[in-house]
Design a protein around this ligand. Structure first.
Ligand code: PRP
Ligand code: MN
Ligand code: MG
Length: 195
């Protein structure tokens, strides 16, 4: 833990090395089940670290085992959270032109966490209008919570308890993205970075 966050997290939930092992396994699963070129869509900002490591893991597979799939990369900004709860009002930044490029493609959506599921359901509704050939979703984390709308992604890294987690690009009011491990935020951290 960097010294600037020492008091702001209460525990390490998933150490960075464990995340990386799981990402490598997910890359293998995704490539094994892929069917032609993939448009890999990074959901910013929280998805960027998992996206980067997943794309690298897929590239490594190509070198090591000859498993090979062409990737193109897209970036979609989606935002709903303030403090520790979803605003319920999900904003998706995609132009009509960008959406039209999805027609007939195999999309792989890469997200950091499914909490209530509201963000993903809203995003999928929007993407489906543009007639991709297929849409698969991978989320590094899914939260076990009674606020869930029931949505479950195709490829999940870890199911986690109902605590507010940060690190590995997951934020609390934009802080903690610069932390390698996935950690539980402390009361001290919540107060320090409250809006
Ligand atoms: C977070 C997270 C997911 C979403 C999950 O994004 O990265 O995208 O919330 O919550 P839900 O399942 O309850 O909808 P946020 O809106 O905080 O934007 P960010 O990725 O830029 O941090
Ligand atoms: Mn997000
Ligand atoms: Mg956020």
């Amino acid at each position: 833990i960097p010294s600037h966050y020492e008091k702001d997290v209460s525990s390490i939930l998933i150490p960075h090395g464990v995340i990386m092992d799981r990402v490598n396994k997910l890359a293998r699963l995704i490539v094994d089940e892929s069917n032609g070129p993939l448009v890999v869509c990074c959901i910013l900002k929280g998805g960027h670290q998992y996206f980067a490591d997943l794309v690298n893991a897929i590239k490594k597979l190509t070198k090591k085992s000859g498993l090979s799939v062409p990737l193109s990369l897209e970036f979609i900004r989606v935002k709903s959270y303030h403090n520790d709860s979803s605003s319920g009002d999900v904003k998706v930044s995609l132009t009509e032109e960008e959406c039209k490029d999805f027609e007939g493609k195999n999309l792989l959506i890469v997200e950091d966490i499914i909490d209530t599921g509201a963000t993903m359901v809203k995003l999928l509704n929007k993407l489906e209008q543009y007639k991709p050939k297929s849409i698969k979703v991978t989320s590094l984390l899914i939260k076990k919570t009674d606020r869930s709308n029931g949505y479950i992604p195709d490829y999940v890294g870890f199911a986690i308890p109902d605590a507010f987690v940060v690190g590995y690009a997951l934020d609390y009011n934009e802080y903690f993205r610069d932390l390698d491990h996935i950690c539980v935020i402390s009361e001290h951290g919540k107060e320090r970075y409250a809006l």
